[in-house]
Unconditional design. Structure first.
Length: 302
């Protein structure tokens, strides 16, 4: 099989899992989309483990090319993205399965077995929304980042997944981070210039306090722009550093109020939220810290 992922620690995990099976052999690895296409053409693997968020070409674009280059190869997506739109798109472009990365330890081998037996596999708890017009429930995730590189990479992945699924995105970040995100999104094969022109991507200054009326107008505009671009049930990916900065500055009450505002907003809009916070150091037992966690549907560290 060919394993395609640009995050080395995850590749280490995959190698260790596959070592449990003598009949599964890694014939090649690739860290970005174009390299994956080139190696697949030469190696002609029976199975491709494929991430969604990749440099040069994203996983969806890679899968489209593999259908023509190696039509016999099974494609199993393995991604941290849990959006029903992304899952559906991955299956529609030829994926035989989709494994959520947080479940890889327990589900990777069963998923491989299923797709090699010509069956479809989708991680437990994920929905492809195939055959339904019902919008997916909102997700409000908090991610604690160990350093600035992790923060930027995670933001780029989150935004790329939304835009690649033809949804919309809005981010609050510093000026330097906004510029870096443009470069990273471009490197991942995202048509970020087109998204800006279509009005499906907005980047705002982290120092700017979110104004409820302006945010509502922005979200409505993003949804309208995504609809005009052909998305049937568009969602808006909301992400940034604002709440995390407030918390780091000791302004916990303001951070909590901002998180509560997102949850209230989600009751009437199809949005997914990713909040970036610095890694806590000895604050895990604080009441204020637990109050922030309580406002989120999922917590992760990286």
């Amino acid at each position: 099989m060919l394993v395609v992922d640009d995050y080395e620690p995850f590749l280490t995990v995959v190698r260790s899992i596959l070592q449990l099976r003598n009949d599964l052999q890694i014939v090649g690895e690739a860290a970005e989309g174009l390299e994956a296409v080139q190696k697949a053409k030469v190696l002609r693997p029976d199975l491709v483990l494929l991430d969604v968020a990749l440099p040069t070409l994203n996983g969806i674009q890679v899968a489209r090319r593999l259908r023509d280059l190696v039509p016999h190869a099974k494609i199993l997506f393995v991604s941290v993205e849990s959006s029903s739109d992304v899952v559906r798109e991955a299956l529609n472009v030829g994926g035989s399965g989709y494994v959520y990365k947080l479940h890889v330890g327990s589900e990777l081998l069963p998923a491989i077995e299923a797709v090699l037996e010509h069956k479809q596999f989708v991680s437990s708890g994920l929905e492809s929304s195939e055959g339904t017009d019902s919008p997916a429930p909102h997700r409000h995730r908090i991610l604690f980042c160990s350093n600035n590189e992790v923060r930027l990479d995670s933001l780029a992945r989150f935004i790329a997944a939304a835009l690649n699924a033809r949804n919309a995105a809005i981010v609050w970040a510093t000026g330097s981070h906004r510029e870096s995100l443009l470069q990273r999104l471009h490197a991942r094969g995202v048509d970020i210039g087109g998204a800006i022109q279509r009005g499906t991507y907005i980047a705002l200054d982290v120092a700017e306090a979110p104004d409820p009326a302006r945010i509502l107008n922005a979200i409505r505009g993003l949804i309208e722009a995504a609809s005009k671009a052909g998305k049937k049930h568009p969602r808006v990916a909301i992400c940034g550093e604002r709440a995390g900065c407030l918390w780091a500055e000791g302004k916990t009450d303001l951070a909590i109020r901002l998180e509560q505002f997102w949850n209230e907003l989600a009751k009437g809009h199809d949005i997914d939220i990713l909040c970036m916070y610095p890694t806590p150091h000895g604050q895990e037992d604080d009441h204020a810290f637990k109050s922030i966690l309580a406002e989120h549907s999922a917590v992760s560290y990286r």
